[in-house]
Structure formats: structure tokens, C-alpha cells
Design a protein around this ligand. Structure first.
Ligand SMILES: [Zn+2]
Length: 236
């Protein structure tokens, strides 16, 4: 396992530390099997179509220690609480309903920045590292300079398959540049310079309008979806 490289958030070369995506506290502490983009996109690679087993939970050597520690200490706890509330919403849901309504007490900006940090961590395409201002937006907890070309969405899922990737997709709406991380209770999605693949995702882009550590009480209506394959963008 490569332990030195380019940190996917700050872009500096150096020693990398193991980063769990999602955070260990958000139900990510057991061994998992997952696929990375190389297992999906690169047909020449011997890894194509294979899976990785990670005993440390889903994650990898993505970030330098300062970025790993900083994002964890700023946003990790808020995301953990969001994940616990989401698990409660899932547990208490009415099984037939496609949308789960639940009362949340959340720190919206912290959650948005944690989600963005996770997307940057798994982004082997560098499209997020090259997105002007995104690193600074994450590393400065008080920054309000959210990159306008980006939109972020959430859905509920119980699918154990881990979808950790980015890519392009084409639907009736046109071409999409997207990334997606699925890990119960949530799937999180971004759309870059394009529409999302679905209209019923719960959009959290507006979480950018809150302040760091600001807590709000809100009733969220989040759709329940089942990812179809490891490839981002497809659902049952
Ligand atoms: Zn870094």
C-alpha cells in the first residue's frame, strides 16, 4: 500500500495517513469490500472488476496528516451525529414510503464540508483538486466561498455495497459529471457543471448558507434509493 503521495485535499506531496470514508464514527469500522474507480473504468488493469477488502473499514491513504486531522476535528462529529439521526430515520421508516421524513438537529455547514472532504479524498480524477477554491473552502472552516459549479445531494440507502467513485453518466437530461459515496444510512452525490442524474435527490447545496457549528432543527424529506451496481448514477 502506497503511503506517500499527493494529498487529495491540499495537493502537497508527503506522508499520507489512513482516512476512513465515511468517518469511522459514522458506522464505518468493520471490514468491507469495495471497488475504486480503477476497478470500474480501467479495463486494462488487472484490478478491473475486482474488489478490495479493507480491514480498517472503507477508506484509504488519501490525505496528509494535517488535512486528515483538521477535517476530522472540524466536521467529523457533526457528520457522525447526522449519520446516527439518519440511521434512526431509517429504522423508524414506513417501509412502503419512498421518502423518509425525519426531524433532524444538524450543523448544516459542517456536514456539507465533511461530505466535500470525503469526495475530495476518493477523487482519483483530480477534478475536485483542480476545482478552484474547493480545497480552501474545506480547510477554512469559516469560508463561505462555495464553488458555484458544484451541487451536493443526499439520499437514504441500506445497500451494503460500497459505491465510492466518480465518473460521467448520460441520461435523458444530458451528460453528468458526478461522484457518489454510498454507505448506510446515506448515499451522497455531487454534480459538477451539470444537472444531477435524478430530480428526487435531497439537495444539500444550501447548507453552504449556514455558519460553522451553527445548529438548526429541520424536517428533512430524504428519498430512499437502492444503488443498482458499483457504477455511480444507477438505481433500482
Ligand atoms: Zn493535505
Amino acid at each position: 500500500m502506497k503511503k506517500e503521495g499527493i494529498c487529495r485535499i491540499c495537493g502537497n506531496y508527503g506522508k499520507l495517513t489512513f482516512e476512513r470514508v465515511p468517518p469511522q464514527s459514522a458506522f464505518n469500522s468493520n471490514p468491507v469490500f469495495f471497488q475504486k474507480s480503477i476497478h470500474l473504468h480501467d479495463k486494462k488493469s488487472y484490478l478491473y472488476g475486482k474488489k478490495i477488502r479493507s480491514n480498517q473499514g472503507a477508506g484509504g491513504y488519501y490525505l496528509c496528516e494535517p488535512c486528515n486531522n483538521l477535517t476530522g476535528s472540524y466536521y467529523g462529529d457533526s457528520y457522525k451525529k447526522f449519520a446516527y439521526m439518519g440511521m434512526m430515520a431509517l429504522t423508524n421508516r414506513i417501509w412502503a414510503s419512498k421518502t423518509i421524513n425525519f426531524e433532524y438537529a444538524i450543523q448544516p455547514l459542517n456536514i456539507l464540508k465533511q461530505i466535500l472532504a470525503m469526495f475530495m479524498a476518493i477523487d482519483t480524477s483530480d477534478q475536485l483538486l483542480n476545482l478552484k477554491g474547493l480545497s480552501d473552502y474545506i480547510l477554512d472552516k469559516d469560508s463561505k466561498a462555495f464553488p458555484e459549479s458544484l451541487r451536493v445531494f443526499v439520499y437514504h440507502t441500506v445497500t451494503k455495497q460500497v459505491r465510492n467513485g466518480w465518473g460521467m453518466a448520460r441520461t435523458k437530461k444530458g451528460y453528468h459529471t458526478l461522484g457518489e459515496i454510498t454507505f448506510p444510512p446515506y448515499g451522497v452525490v455531487y454534480a459538477l457543471d451539470s444537472e444531477p442524474t435524478r430530480n428526487d435527490f435531497y439537495e444539500v447545496t444550501d447548507f453552504k448558507n449556514f455558519n460553522f457549528n451553527q445548529t438548526v432543527q429541520a424536517r428533512l424529506s430524504i428519498p430512499f434509493l437502492t444503488p443498482k451496481t458499483y457504477i455511480p448514477g444507477l438505481y433500482l
